[in-house]
Design a protein around this ligand. Structure first.
Ligand code: FES
Ligand code: FES
Length: 182
């Protein structure tokens, strides 16, 4: 048994301790927001999770290495999609097919947690994820916007919570509303 905390819940895996954390999360816990992107040098980082607050590729960590650590997946980062990075990515339309998105959100969230006003170089260094749809310019804008939101310089409300239709959300909150300095 390998014990750790996943999304604030203590868990113990009855799996080979050499199992990559990625597969334990996806197949034993059904946390499929963490994506598998194939492995190898062209791998995109779609499997990124937070390990003790640091964004790491979950395919590259075994259960043994994760023992005792605090793991956060995209499902645990925000249960209602309200994290500033998620909202800003929607507001900036920085999502196309979406496969890379959970990993990017985790990398960006970890960066902004330690530096809410990153330079473009900081972003490039801390978000190594690949996006085959090429959302990079919008992604940089989204991360910068999320940083401003975290510093309370701006508010963004772009994506409805799960289970709420966009039409209902638009009635309650105008869609894609961005309030500079609000
Ligand atoms: S599975 Fe692609 S970086 Fe981990
Ligand atoms: S949005 Fe498609 S891979 Fe990034």
């Amino acid at each position: 048994m390998t014990g750790m905390t996943v999304n604030e819940r203590p868990v113990a895996f009855r799996l080979d301790p050499r199992t990559p954390l990625l597969y334990a999360l996806r197949e034993a816990m059904n946390l499929t927001g963490t994506k598998a992107c194939g492995g190898g040098p062209a791998c995109s980082g779609a499997c990124m999770v937070l390990v003790d607050g640091v964004a790491l590729r979950s395919c590259a960590i075994t259960l043994a290495e994760a023992e005792g650590r605090i793991i956060t997946t995209i499902e645990g980062l925000s249960r209602d999609r309200s994290h500033p990075v998620q909202q800003a990515m929607v507001a900036q339309q920085a999502v196309q097919c979406g496969y890379c998105t959970p990993g990017i959100v985790m990398s960006a969230a970890a960066l902004l947690q330690r530096n809410a006003a990153p330079t473009r170089e900081d972003i490039e260094g801390a978000v190594p994820n690949l996006c085959r749809c090429g959302v990079y310019p919008r992604l940089v804008k989204a991360i910068e916007q999320a940083g401003r939101v975290m510093q309370r310089q701006e508010r963004v409300s772009a994506a409805p919570a799960p289970g709420i239709s966009p039409e209902d959300a638009a009635k309650a909150v105008p869609a894609l509303r961005v309030t500079p300095g609000g």
